[in-house]
Design a protein around this ligand. Structure first.
Ligand SMILES: Nc1ncnc2c1ncn2[C@@H]1O[C@H](COP(=O)(O)OP(=O)(O)O)[C@@H](O)[C@H]1O
Ligand SMILES: [Mg+2]
Length: 224
């Protein structure tokens, strides 16, 4: 199967100390529908790596292709469009938009991609119901608990049926039951909608939901 995402010897210097490398030689092949868990110590650069994959940050060395296209050759506008349409990102700090309601936050990728309006409400309602946040659709992000914000962030990352979901510790603020709901939703996105999932997690239980588990450190990836 053709790879969805290929990372070839990606490297990043330490933002505060450019003489030193944060990580080097990060190489990875992600097939469509792969569900990969990435584990590693705090500060090794997992969030930085997801940002690089999403085009929110740039590597200092190495190459990446997504859907067969070399990402290094795209300018910022092209990267933004690619990310908007084909990627979903659950940020570690959620990054909900404070001026939008929960419902508007979830629907944002749908609107930005100008997907059919008549299906939007149904899709948002379905995800909110699955994630147990239906009662909060009219609320503002600041009115939510951390666990509720995290589930809104998950709904927003999957609403537009991206081909790659980048989930940065998406169960870190959740109790066991909600974590299970989020992980089964991510797994379904792969099985039913053909998405690949990159799950960064500290939880061995969460990593157990993935098809394969990798350890990430300054030397790149190793299979677990
Ligand atoms: N914008 C930044 N400026 C300075 N240092 C940063 C910045 N972003 C990340 N770092 C540093 O880079 C390292 C990797 O961070 P991060 O990618 O968040 O790691 P992880 O997600 O694995 O915990 C850490 O040492 C962090 O302090
Ligand atoms: Mg992180």
């Amino acid at each position: 199967m053709t790879a969805l995402l290929v990372l070839n010897n990606l490297a990043k210097r330490l933002p505060g100390d450019p003489q030193r490398w944060l990580f080097r030689d990060a190489s990875l092949n992600i097939a469509p529908t792969d569900f990969v868990a990435i584990m590693g110590e705090s500060g090794v650069g997992k969030s930085t790596l997801l940002n690089i994959i999403a085009g929110l940050d740039r590597p200092d060395a190495g190459h990446m292709t997504f859907q067969g296209q070399a990402l290094d050759t795209l300018d910022d506008d092209a990267r933004t469009l690619l990310r908007r349409r084909h990627m979903g990102f659950v940020f570690q700090a959620f990054h909900l938009i404070p001026q939008l309601t929960v419902e508007e936050n979830i629907a944002l990728p749908w609107r930005l991609n100008a997907l059919p309006r008549r299906e939007m409400q149904q899709r948002v309602n379905l995800l909110a119901k699955r994630l147990g946040i239906s009662g909060h659709l009219a609320a503002w992000p600041r009115e939510l608990s951390g666990g509720e914000m995290q589930r809104v962030a998950v709904a927003r990352a999957v609403v537009h049926r991206p081909s790659l979901i980048l989930a940065d510790e998406p169960t870190g603020s959740l109790d066991a039951e909600s974590a299970k709901t989020v992980l089964s939703l991510l797994r379904e996105a792969g099985e039913e909608e053909g998405a690949a999932v990159l799950l960064v997690t500290h939880s061995v239980t969460a990593a157990g939901w993935a098809q394969r588990r990798l350890r990430f450190d300054a030397q790149g990836f190793r299979s677990l």
